[in-house]
Design a protein around this ligand. Structure first.
Ligand code: PEP
Length: 236
């Protein structure tokens, strides 16, 4: 049986620590990785007993002697606080924060070097024929030459993120097969690398992506709404 993983990407939410604790309590499930903003990580780690904790981003240097990076958080700090996963290459970081492919690759390597699991987000901007090429480019740029012991891919078509318009399941399934076949080409047993679906997942559509063979979900908006998130967990 597949181990289903549900990654809760809180993005820049909630505003207060009190709310963060409430959401964390409602998210505590052994299939869940809660990824709150850095500032709530320690408290969320204390609250989440069954699930795991991850970060939404990190810096590409590991720290130590090279640590003059004002405002940044190193993968080592995240590891020390108990993070097991780090989301890398989210489309909001690629577009709003202009994060380039080479930076994404450095982050993947830095996370792996700390023996945590990068959750690499890939996905086309628009629904179009050349989408597989766009996805392949993102995968290549981030993973080529990287020892892929421990990596998770999140297929997140940009047109479905935060829009309320999830990707049609048959299309998402096609993309998942494409990603798995690419991974199988670049690594032995690459088809076993987990691929998650993300993009406007809610309690109504969650189960269809798991039924279509995704190894789990990356949930944004709905992960900070305890009732809706519980509905998602019931369905997968
Ligand atoms: C995300 O943040 O990666 C995401 C998929 O967001 P949403 O579920 O809100 O579309």
């Amino acid at each position: 049986m597949r181990n289903i993983l549900v990654v809760a990407n809180w993005k820049m939410n909630p505003r207060t620590l009190k709310e963060a604790k409430e959401i964390a309590r409602a998210s505590d499930d052994k299939r869940v990785v809660v990824c709150p903003p850095f500032i709530f990580l320690e408290e969320v780690k204390r609250t989440v007993k069954k699930g795991k904790v991850g970060a939404q981003n990190c810096f590409w240097e590991r720290g130590g002697k090279k640590s003059s990076f004002t405002g940044e958080v190193s993968p080592g700090m995240l590891k020390d606080i108990g993070c097991k996963y780090v989301i890398v290459g989210h489309s909001e970081r690629r577009t709003v924060l202009k994060e380039e492919a080479k930076v994404i690759k450095m982050k993947v390597k830095a996370v792996l070097a700390e023996k945590m699991t990068p959750i690499l987000c890939v996905g086309e901007k628009k629904e179009k024929e050349s989408a597989p090429e766009e996805i392949k480019k993102q995968l290549k740029e981030a993973l080529q030459g990287v020892p892929l012991k421990n990596v998770i891919i999140a297929y997140e078509p940009v047109f479905a993120i935060g829009t309320g318009k999830a990707c049609p399941v048959d299309l998402a399934e096609k993309r998942k097969l494409f990603i798995k076949s690419f991974l199988a080409k670049i690594r032995k047993k690459g088809e076993d690398i987990p691929v998650l679906y993300g993009g406007s997942v809610d309690g109504k559509n969650a189960s269809s992506y798991v039924k279509a063979g995704f190894d789990g979900l990356l949930v944004g908006g709905a992960s900070t709404k305890p009732g809706e998130f519980e509905r998602i967990l019931k369905k997968v």
